[in-house]
Design a protein around this ligand. Structure first.
Ligand code: SF4
Ligand code: SF4
Length: 549
């Protein structure tokens, strides 16, 4: 074997060789298209690699290496020699370059590793003679590859067998959310501010729901055959997810409707987890069962967000039109909390539950005190259903009620005051801005509807702004279609001269997507949004004055 003759020593039956030589040994075997088995003597990316696990490393095929796969690669040291690294691909930059990071090492990735330094990929992990799953992990120790090689031989399925022990250097356990938050923050700081990149996507896997909320912008009956017919199949969802993963997407939010209504929800969920995606889930909690808890414990989500419509059966029933689901909601929430599944609670505040606002806020804070948020802005239906839109309009609060809510909640009030320079800003920055969309549309995320329609924002339902993924590719939607939408301009003075220059646009719900839901036109300024923003701004200014006196 090249380059190893003077860098090992024998001690009884154990052969000690350097990490660089282990890497070279793997390279030689991979060149012969020979898989290799390696026994870990430490633990890395726990629970996926533990002490004594046997890893099978296989040669690379011609395919692109996928996000989430664990690879063996050569790392150049300061003295220009090499050592062996074995970590996970966390971003596919292009066919030739991959960002690689250990799940439990420092916040910084190993760096961008060119394909020609990647020796092979881990295709199997065996523990106590059983195969375990490969996937995204949650922390543990850092395996420092080097060290002792044991016997060699020729077992049935391999040209050669070499078992190599790894020494472990333990570092403190960090949690899965910390790891992913760190990765996302790193990417945001270092990569994505400079260029467009699809970090995350929302996937509304169904529009059907077993509740019938008065304010809902999407729901249809749970057994609607017309909508079941239109829903993407599991294989269509998988194709979109594969494309997303190959483009470097890290995070998927599964939503609906009620996503748990889909009979194949478990298959969809596990399939997305196995692709290494970080998953969030929006659910109304009524369909959480002990079976679902087992699934969520085995494949933990990043988080689950649940909207609390009321804390009494009466209010819950008034909002959801399904008072009989109140007990199922409480039971589902309790199951999640009892099993330590990460839950975040939030609320929509409207005419039917404003009387219970304080109780809803207290209930949510009891369980997720650092997260609770509420939203009194109701937007209209994606399908434009006029009867349902009338019901939503009847639930909207007055501008004064919304402004009062901002300051009824101490935490919201404090945050508005702290960041008031963001909410009430200098308008001169945007004077020459002719763009129709002046938000961050299309930079780091996209959305896919239950029917396979790609959108740059979940609310952007104007037909000319949607791309049918059933008849096209995500790559085309992202690279060709999306930039056309992002570059749309406006010549409407109400938008260009007023909204884009408006000092309180950050307190306002105005945007082309919401304008289209209100009027069927992207360039439109709904009076209601304007009045709400002005009432909120006046209330914030007077709160700042009264606090300074
Ligand atoms: S629970 Fe959610 S999806 Fe279902 S009707 Fe209510 S708001 Fe809509
Ligand atoms: S709708 Fe009114 S408050 Fe909102 S951005 Fe436009 S001008 Fe400003």
């Amino acid at each position: 074997m090249a380059n190893s003759s003077n860098t090992y020593s024998e001690r009884r039956e154990t052969l000690l060789i350097s990490s660089g030589d282990v890497a070279e040994m793997i390279r030689c075997l991979m060149a012969k298209k020979s898989p290799i088995k390696i026994q870990a003597g430490g633990w890395s990316m726990d629970p996926f690699i533990r002490d004594q696990d046997v890893l099978t490393i296989a040669p690379l095929s011609r395919d692109m290496i996928k996000l989430g796969e664990i690879v063996a690669f050569k790392v150049q040291k300061k003295d220009k020699s090499f050592r062996l690294g074995m970590h996970r691909v966390v971003q596919v930059l292009d066919r030739e370059n991959y960002l690689i990071k250990g799940d439990n090492t420092s916040p910084d990735p190993d760096g961008i590793v060119p394909r020609n330094q990647i020796l092979g990929k881990v295709i199997k992990i065996e523990r106590n003679n059983k195969t375990i799953r490969l996937g995204v992990s949650q922390g543990g120790g850092r395996a420092r590859p080097l060290v002792k090689a044991q016997s060699s031989g020729t077992p049935d399925n391999f040209h050669e067998k070499i078992e190599i022990r790894f020494q472990a250097q333990k570092i403190p356990m960090i949690s899965r959310p910390t790891i992913w938050t760190t990765i996302l923050e790193h990417f945001k700081k270092n990569e994505f501010e400079k260029k467009r990149h699809p970090i995350s996507f929302d996937f509304d896997i169904t529009a059907r729901c077993n509740n019938d909320c008065r304010h809902c912008y999407i729901n249809v009956p749970p057994d609607s055959p017309e909508h079941i017919e239109k829903e993407l199949s599991l294989s269509q969802i998988e194709r979109i997810a594969d494309e997303a993963v190959s483009m470097g997407t890290l995070w998927c939010l599964l939503s609906g409707g009620e996503p748990l209504l889909r009979e194949d929800f478990d298959d969809i969920y596990v399939m997305l987890k196995r692709k290494g995606l970080l998953l969030s889930l929006y659910t109304n909690a009524t369909l959480i069962t002990p079976h679902r808890i087992q699934l969520l414990k085995r494949y933990p989500p990043r988080d689950i967000e649940i909207t609390v419509y009321g804390v009494t059966k009466e209010t819950f029933g008034k909002v959801t039109s399904r008072p009989e689901n109140f007990n199922a909601f409480k039971r589902g929430l309790k199951l999640l909390l009892d099993n330590n599944i990460p839950v975040r609670l939030k609320a929509m505040i409207m005419r039917s539950n404003i009387h219970e606002f304080s109780e809803i806020a207290a209930f949510c804070r009891r369980y997720t005190k650092d997260f609770f948020r509420f939203d009194p802005h109701l937007h209209l239906r994606y399908d434009g259903n006029p009867e349902r839109n009338r019901r939503i309009l009847a639930e909207r609060l007055t501008p004064q009620e919304i402004a009062a809510l901002d300051h009824k909640d101490p935490s919201r009030s404090a945050s508005l005051q702290k960041d008031c320079h963001i909410y009430i800003r200098d308008s001169s920055n945007n004077e020459n801005d002719k763009r129709l969309f002046c938000c961050g549309l299309g930079r780091n995320s996209f959305s896919v509807g239950f029917d396979g329609m790609f959108r740059l924002c979940p609310s952007l339902c104007a037909p000319m702004c949607m791309y049918d993924l059933k008849n096209g590719s995500l790559a085309e939607a992202w690279t060709t279609f999306a930039p056309r939408i992002m570059s749309m301009t406006t010549s409407d003075p109400e938008i260009g001269l007023k909204c884009h220059r408006c000092e309180i646009i950050n307190l306002c719900q105005w945007c082309p997507a919401n304008a289209h839901l209100e009027s069927g036109r992207l360039e439109y300024r709904p009076d209601y949004f304007c009045e709400v923003a002005r009432a909120r701004s006046e209330a914030l200014k007077s709160r700042l004055v009264s606090d300074s006196e």
